[in-house]
Design a protein around this ligand. Structure first.
Ligand code: FES
Ligand code: FES
Length: 189
């Protein structure tokens, strides 16, 4: 067993893990954070998406020991802070989820896109491209793109002060400093 110390959703966690334990299993089985889902477990579906040091990664491709010393944010964390409340409401408003299995990963990936250019509205092709590594077996994607586009438009229409705060939030996001799970380039089914 290998000792690790990391921050998960603002809480310092110390644990001992097998070196082969991947981050998603550690979050789910070790910490009870079952909002991080597992689908394919080999980097294809995006259900396991979490943020590690401000960058979205696939929890099934990152070992828990690689997150040692890092900061992890899961769907539970960003839900509790309210960071993605508008995205969650936007998904619900247009039925952008059915079984919900893909939804935590979709929301974190959509938020990643919207943080990249605060105050702008990505076109639908850009939204589809950014979400192309997250598979959904239920919705056909159309409503998901609708939701992300609507939230992007709403954020862009906010008063400048809010956008400035968002920009500051993005500016404070650390750059990737550790190996990332590669995003598969497979096109959506
Ligand atoms: S479970 Fe990690 S990408 Fe599918
Ligand atoms: S809502 Fe069921 S997989 Fe996306």
């Amino acid at each position: 067993m290998t000792p690790i110390r990391l921050t998960v959703n603002g809480e310092t966690i110390e644990a001992a893990v097998l070196p082969r334990t991947h981050l998603a299993d550690f979050l789910r089985d070790g910490l009870g954070l079952t909002g991080t889902h597992l689908g394919c477990e080999h980097g294809v579906c995006g259900a396991c998406t979490v943020r590690l040091d401000g960058v979205i990664v696939r929890g099934c491709l990152v070992l828990a020991v690689q997150a040692d010393g890092g900061t992890v944010e899961t769907i539970e964390g960003v839900s509790d802070t309210g960071e993605i409340a508008d995205l969650q409401a936007g998904f619900a408003a247009v039925n952008a989820l059915q079984c919900g299995y893909c939804t935590p990963g979709m929301l974190l990936t959509a938020q990643d896109l919207l943080l990249r250019a605060p105050g702008t509205v990505p076109d639908r092709a850009a939204i589809r491209e950014h979400l192309s590594g997250n598979y959904c077996r239920c919705t056909g994607y159309q409503s998901i793109v609708d939701a992300v586009e609507a939230v992007a438009s709403a954020r862009a229409a906010r008063p400048q002060t809010s956008q400035s705060q968002t920009s500051q939030s993005q500016a404070s996001r650390p750059q990737a400093s550790r190996p990332q799970a590669s995003r598969p380039q497979a096109s959506q089914p």
